[in-house]
Design a protein around this ligand. Structure first.
Ligand SMILES: Cc1cc2nc3c(=O)[nH]c(=O)nc-3n(C[C@H](O)[C@H](O)[C@H](O)COP(=O)(O)O)c2cc1C
Length: 465
């Protein structure tokens, strides 16, 4: 199991002594007015300076198994200003997805940018080797403009045969970008790009006929690529062959710093790099010191911000998140923007986290699965309006939209409708929580075996409104 989790904690409050009396509506109002030391409009200007378009103090977190293009676009239609892909293994990216269909993290086809509506977007990468991480970050940002071979050469060096049959070792210098720009003769049809071919790197979703429109090379880079590279040093996924990855790097600060350096060096300066951390590997003093070593190094080498999930790696997703410690991290160096994660279950939690901890933005993670309305509610509260809950008609509309977008992404599957309906069960179960007959609807979604069942649940349970 990867970043996904079976043993997740049920929704509950974070540890934040003294926060019980905080009034979220009042906080939202004050944030919007730039009072209480907050920024005008509520947005820390360092966020849009690094990532243009990040215009509200919240965003959708990376969620392996969930935060694919369809979920992201639905969130954005409800006011989410910024999203993070599922964590992608660097090797998945370097191999163009081949051979990794059973990877326990995100899959490539789910995480390519979803076009004009899916921006700004962070690609989140995770891995064990600085060079592989650097090459995969570059490949994601460049959208495969070099050949696969070139990116692998950056990661591993490369061996070929000369005309006499002798082995020749190539270094990265043999694969400079100028030599292999996409569209030029050096690249044959589809060669060197991911398994879906060039158009799959970026696409626009068309709601009406569920056909993703390929964005050609003339489309603005902003809509074709990622705005940010987010390095995952947080995921509690197990080590493989004693090699650290994700959150395990928090116990090995030198290795973590080498990865951060390699990625920052590889990615063009104008593209923001950020890092996702846990509050530390565990709560022992050496591990807390290791956290700060990595945290300081990231900002010193130009990382735009760190998102800190205020649980330890050891804790996985169980038990409360420690907003009190998150607050300490923010207060220790207020000149650094920090984004906070952990126990944002409702829109009220979101504003309480901002107020209590002083983070520049709050990550919405499990709190937005089946609940894109949390973003609409946050925007409403910033406008000084009471947040509303979704009507049945709105719920049905969003389920239909989510399905259509997911179907578009799955169009190459053998039975895209059945595949999509089965894959949508996990979302349906969470959407059911808004329904007045939630338990009945939940059981109906669980029983979905294909497109016919999916349609029947919508037609029978989401009629009125
Ligand atoms: C199912 C699941 C998948 C996750 N996948 C990722 C991921 O791919 N990348 C990431 O940075 N964090 C991932 N996380 C962590 C969340 O982004 C977030 O930090 C964590 O859930 C704490 O927030 P919450 O308590 O509000 O849910 C995942 C969490 C869950 C529950």
């Amino acid at each position: 199991m990867g970043c996904e989790s079976n043993n997740a904690t049920p929704p509950g409050p974070a540890i934040a002594p003294g926060s019980e009396t905080l009034d979220a509506m009042k906080i939202a109002e004050e944030i919007a007015q730039g009072r209480r030391g907050r920024w005008p409009g509520g947005i820390d200007p360092r966020l849009p300076a690094a990532v243009p378009g990040f215009d509200a103090p919240f965003f959708q977190a990376g969620l392996a198994g969930y935060s694919d293009a369809a979920m992201r676009i639905v969130a954005r239609r409800h006011g989410c200003p910024y999203c993070v892909t599922e964590a992608l293994l660097d090797r998945t990216l370097l191999a163009g997805g081949r051979g990794f269909t059973k990877a326990d993290l995100g899959e490539l086809h789910d995480n390519i940018p979803g076009g004009i509506e899916d921006h700004p977007l962070a690609v989140q990468i995770m891995g064990s080797d600085p060079k592989e991480m650097a090459a995969s970050a570059l490949k994601a940002i460049e959208q495969g403009r070099r050949t696969d071979k070139a990116y692998r050469a950056l990661a591993y060096g490369h061996l070929t045969h000369d005309p006499s049959g002798a082995i020749v070792k190539h270094g990265p210098e043999d694969f400079a970008l100028e030599q292999v720009v996409c569209g030029e003769d050096e690249i044959g049809a589809g060669e060197g790009l991911d398994h879906d071919g060039p158009e799959a790197w970026s696409r626009d979703f068309n709601d009406d006929d569920a056909t993703p429109t390929a964005l050609g090379p003339d489309a603005p880079m902003l809509t074709r690529s990622f705005s940010t590279v987010d390095v995952n040093l947080a995921c509690p996924v197990k080590k493989i062959k004693a090699k650290a990855r994700g959150g395990h790097w928090l116990a090995e600060p030198e290795g973590a710093i080498a990865i951060l350096e390699a990625v920052r060096d590889a990615v063009p300066r104008e593209v923001a790099c950020t890092v996702k951390l846990r509050r530390s590997f565990d709560d022992t003093t050496p591990m807390v010191e290791a956290f700060y070593k990595i945290y300081d190094a990231a900002y010193d080498m130009g990382y735009a911000w760190a998102t800190v999930h205020a649980r330890t790696v050891e804790q996985k997703y169980v038990g409360p998140s420690r907003w009190d410690l998150l607050r300490e991290i923010v207060r220790r160096s207020p000149e650094r923007p920090v984004l906070g994660s952990g126990d944002v279950w409702t829109v009220h939690d979101l504003f309480r986290m901002l107020e209590y901890t002083g983070v520049s933005a709050a990550a919405v993670a499990r709190g937005c699965i089946g609940n894109p309305w949390i973003f609409r509610q946050a925007r409403m509260m910033l406008d000084g309006r009471e947040p509303t809950t979704p009507t049945i008609a709105e719920q049905r509309d969003v389920l239909e939209q989510h399905y259509t977008l997911a179907l578009a992404a799955n169009r190459r599957m053998r039975h895209p409708d059945d595949f999509t309906s089965k894959n949508m069960r996990k979302f349906g179960i969470r959407f059911a929580e808004h329904h007045p007959r939630s338990e009945e609807v939940r059981l109906r979604f669980i029983a979905v075996k294909g497109i016919e069942d999916w349609r029947r649940v919508l037609d029978e349970m989401y009629l009125d409104g």
